[in-house]
Design a protein around this ligand. Sequence first.
Ligand code: CTP
Length: 203
Amino acid sequence: EPLDPVRVLTNRSSGKQGYAIAQAAIDAGAATVLITAPTCLTPPVGAKVIQVHTAEDMLGSVLQECLQADALVMAAAVADFRPKRAAQNKLKRRDGIPRVELEAAPDILQAVLKLGDPKPRLVAGFAAESQDLLENASAKLESKKLDLLVANDISATDAGFSVDTNRVILLAPNAPAETLPLMDKTEVAEILIARIAARLEKP
Ligand code: CTP
């Protein structure tokens, strides 16, 4: 989220898990659209790639692509807050320390939820939690009315942001939680896509 033409507010997400999910979806034979903010990663060959920069941009692209998607996986660490105003010109040191007022960024999952038909038959989200993982994630599953939730403990050093491995719990309404051991993000992606495919195959 821009502060001025050179500075942005961002977060520690690398995009690795999202890119791995796009790759796993392609490998499973799905027509795949990867909507991504800037990362250092190479997009998987075979995906339609849409580059976005802000939560607002991502919202527009997600809503557009949802018109023809069977499933949406929201793995992006979208901003919850953004500067209320982005300065048109670079903020200068000589002008003193700026006061930055934040406002809410659009909640993409909430907007998808409000879509009438057609909307994706399956919506999966992520829950990045640093405490009370299962409790917070279960509440998110319900409040966001998700079909699947990947709960992520970001306080662990071998899971979550930036690293290649992840330790997640898969949650679905009215189903027991599936706790996966520490594994590569590519393996998490394959399991998630397999679960999504199985659910889409159900009439
Ligand atoms: N998400 C979204 N739009 C946002 C922020 C998040 O659609 N502006 C999605 C994420 O892609 C993820 C899910 O919401 O699939 C949960 O994100 P998370 O940051 O864990 O939860 P929040 O709803 O932002 O709640 P909190 O930060 O208070 O835990």
